[in-house]
Design a protein around this ligand. Structure first.
Ligand SMILES: [Zn+2]
Length: 398
């Protein structure tokens, strides 16, 4: 495969702070970056660049690792624009609209679902997202969960079985039976297409006992654990996630001190992040449901590893834009621009237990974003502006 040199980088966010320079983002200035076979192989000064088959002139702009969106629900049919409008007119969000999407998803053909997944994947890539996690969870039958994951796996290796999104209407009177279905035939059909298992652990969805049973079954067949936790109110999700060694607990909007302490404890002695439970914050959900934002400052000050993701879904957060989430996190959640950019790149990689993405150093995947801006600061400073000039995914310009 021909080599590619990205030259004239004004500011390179490496997230490789281990080198001891450039602050937490490991920023380097006036450098070039060489790519071979989809990997970064060299980073050095622009005055000393190696020869390459092809060259991209970054013209002094900022370059950063591709965004890692570690929480998205892309396999669905229909939209819920009317529900959004009703909410903006004063109705409260309860999560009940998920069943509307379940009905539309079951009725859709494979090709309709595939077209939506591919459209949203392409939309995210244009905005700089080079890795995206995709959950099932709008099928809620053995057949529909398996096909959702099969379609998701066509565009991402980070696929998550979320059969425990809500209890579907036909099981409303017998939730124990639904949990048995999820742990039995549904898991068996889903697992070959999934890397992760997730549960919506919330009042009105799954309680701690049901969530523990489902997550434990998933672990037993080799799936990693993630949890939708503490979104709509305080609850057991965060501590359950920590107890089970979850890679990430997501939402974290309503936390007790004990929840924060539990998350901090997962970092003890964990140099490479391999056993840390990340708190993944999803500010698009609070924005789109007009709800109070999670307190990122409290988590960061306590020493919790924080990631940002979109929660892209048709009900509570229909955005695929990581730059938008960065801007929200800075303006509304007390994060600095550097913390938000780290959380949207390296933080997402930690939440997926990956060390080859979210970072730019020799050996890392050549997933990167060239901005139409001189600094990463502009992602929060210029909200809503399409600042992504070019995306390279596996070293290939998109
Ligand atoms: Zn979600």
């Amino acid at each position: 495969m021909p080599s590619l040199l990205v030259d004239n980088i004004g500011e390179l966010v490496t997230n490789d702070a281990g080198r001891g320079v450039g602050g937490p983002l490991g920023i380097r200035r006036r450098v070039a970056l060489l790519i071979e076979d989809g990997e970064v192989v060299w980073i050095g000064p622009t005055t000393d660049t190696p020869s390459a088959d092809h060259r991209i002139d970054a013209a002094g702009s900022a370059v950063l690792p591709g965004f890692v969106d570690s929480h998205a629900h892309l396999v669905f049919a229909g939209d819920r624009a009317a529900e959004f409008a009703a909410r903006m007119a004063g109705e409260r969000y309860t999560g009940g609209g998920i069943r509307t999407t379940v009905g539309a998803t079951r009725a859709a053909s494979d090709s309709e679902l595939r077209a939506t997944v591919r459209r949203l994947r392409a939309e995210a890539l244009r905005q700089g997202t080079t890795t995206i996690e995709i959950k099932s969870g709008y099928g809620l039958t053995v057949v529909d969960e398996a096909r959702s994951l099969r379609i998701a796996a066509e565009v991402s290796t980070e696929t998550t079985f979320l059969g425990a999104h809500v209890v579907p209407a036909e099981y409303a009177a017998r939730p124990d039976d639904y949990v048995s279905l999820v742990c039995g035939p549904m898991l068996a059909a889903a697992a070959p297409h999934a890397r992760w298992i997730d549960v919506f652990c919330e009042r009105g969805a799954f309680d701690a006992d049901h969530a523990r049973a489902i997550l434990t079954c998933g672990q037993a067949v080799g799936l990693g654990v993630r949890v939708h936790a503490n979104q709509l109110g305080p609850g057991p999700g965060v501590q359950l996630g920590v107890e089970l060694g979850a890679a990430s607990v997501d939402h974290c909007t309503h936390l007790t001190d004990a929840d924060v302490d539990a998350l901090v404890s997962t970092r003890a002695g964990d140099e490479d992040g391999g056993t840390t439970t990340v708190a993944t914050l999803l500010p698009g959900a609070e924005f789109s449901t007009r709800s109070p934002y999670p307190d990122a400052r409290r988590l960061l000050d306590a020493g919790v590893t924080v990631a940002l993701a979109t929660d892209c879904n048709p009900g509570s957060s229909y955005t695929s834009s990581m730059p938008f989430c960065i801007a929200l996190a800075v303006r509304e959640m007390g994060m600095t621009p550097a913390e938000a950019v780290w959380a949207a790149t390296a933080g997402g990689a930690r939440a997926l237990r990956r060390d080859d993405i979210g970072v730019l150093r020799p050996g890392a995947r050549a997933d990167l974003v060239i901005l139409d801006a001189p600094s990463h600061l502009h992602l929060a400073y210029r909200p809503g502006v399409p600042l992504v000039r070019q995306v390279l995914h596996n070293g290939v310009p998109r």
